[in-house]
Design a protein around this ligand. Structure first.
Ligand SMILES: NC(=O)c1ccc[n+]([C@@H]2O[C@H](COP(=O)([O-])OP(=O)(O)OC[C@H]3O[C@@H](n4cnc5c(N)ncnc54)[C@H](OP(=O)(O)O)[C@@H]3O)[C@@H](O)[C@H]2O)c1
Length: 314
């Protein structure tokens, strides 16, 4: 809502698209929501899902209810934009097939790395190349916790601080046990590779102690939770695990809640994207760019076929 208000005029003038919010579905109708027209707020899902609109934006999170809303929107011929990596990771294959059959778009830039346009880079910018590997710091909460531990905080205090600052998912174990990063890695790997997953393992940062941080420092390194997918014989190998990263490595300079992705293409070589992977405005910027692309669907729809594999079991 904030971005539509602040960017609406520029978007109309530049892209010829008039953005209008038709309805806002929430759980709590009395909560203060600065800038939101109260008349648009509803707690009845059908008010929004069946509204006369072009795009449904799903930002409620979770798998079950969000999935039923997205299915209904697609069935009613609406384009859908989502930031929900858990949903795509669990049932992306089904949803993309459904969207393709219905001839609607299902966009998901904000689901991986917030404002960092890594989905677009893989779908469009690198469509002409074979991707050899993708490695990234994909979870801002873990990176924030590890950075604070370098400042001397213990794990529990650093995690509380991440939660107080709004970086952590409601269920923090998804972050700290590596599952959130694994879900994002699956989305990127499905976009980048057309090959089966041969091996996958996930380790989070819960076991990282103050001593481990001190030992890393003594060795001229820092610890980062690195998610990596790479080509191996016969398929893809995926891992999420804490790694010792030399201070000279670009990943060592990714601090606090920042995200970074290093893509290695056969022809293009290394490409490093980094930036704000979470937070309401960075995420909203990615969501809004997807909304705009929905208006331009005919041009890009063919490339969505590459995303149909999303949600394949690992
Ligand atoms: N926050 C980020 O930095 C970020 C970054 C990238 C992706 N994402 C993804 O974006 C999604 C939302 O995350 P968030 O951090 O914005 O979550 P959030 O702060 O909990 O907001 C969720 C919103 O959805 C509404 N909602 C939840 N369940 C609902 C239901 N059953 N019916 C109607 N409304 C419902 C809530 O309404 P009330 O306000 O009434 O509670 C709230 O407004 C998630 O999929 C998350 O993974 C978030």
């Amino acid at each position: 809502v904030q971005l539509v208000a602040s960017e609406g005029t520029r978007i109309r003038e530049r892209y010829g698209v008039e953005l209008e919010i038709a309805g806002v579905l929430v759980r709590d109708p009395v909560r203060e929501r600065p800038g939101v027209d109260r008349r648009l707020i509803t707690t009845c899902a059908l008010d929004v899902l069946d509204a006369d609109c072009d795009v449904i934006v799903e930002l409620i999170g979770g798998v079950h209810t969000a999935g039923s809303f997205v299915r209904r929107a697609i069935a009613r011929g609406r384009d859908v934009v989502t930031a929900n990596k858990a949903l795509l990771s669990a049932c992306g294959r089904e949803l993309f097939t459904m969207a393709e059959r219905a001839g609607v778009a299902l966009r998901f830039e904000a689901s991986v790395c917030g404002a960092v346009p890594v989905v677009r880079a893989l779908r469009h910018g690198l469509a002409g190349d074979s991707i050899e590997s993708i490695a990234g710091i994909l979870n801002g909460t873990c990176n924030y916790v590890l950075t604070r531990m370098e400042d001397g905080l213990d794990f529990a205090t650093a995690l509380s601080l991440a939660q107080a600052n709004g970086f952590a998912e409601a269920e923090a174990s998804l972050d700290v046990d590596g599952e959130d990063a694994a879900q994002k890695l699956r989305i990127l790997a499905d976009l980048a590779f057309d090959a089966p997953v041969r091996r996958a393992w996930v380790t989070g940062i819960r076991g990282i102690s103050a001593e481990a941080i001190a030992d890393a420092r003594a060795a001229g390194c820092v610890i980062r939770l690195v998610a990596e997918a790479r080509r191996v014989a016969g398929g893809i190998e995926m891992s999420v695990a804490p790694r010792l990263v030399p201070r000279s490595d670009p990943f060592a300079r990714v601090v606090d809640e920042q995200n970074a992705v290093l893509i290695r293409g056969r022809a293009s070589g290394e490409l490093l994207l980094s930036g704000r992977g979470a937070g309401s405005l960075p995420t909203a910027a990615a969501v809004l760019s997807d909304v705009l692309e929905c208006g331009d669907r005919s041009r890009h729809f063919a490339t969505d076929r590459a995303a149909v594999g999303l949600g394949a079991e690992v």
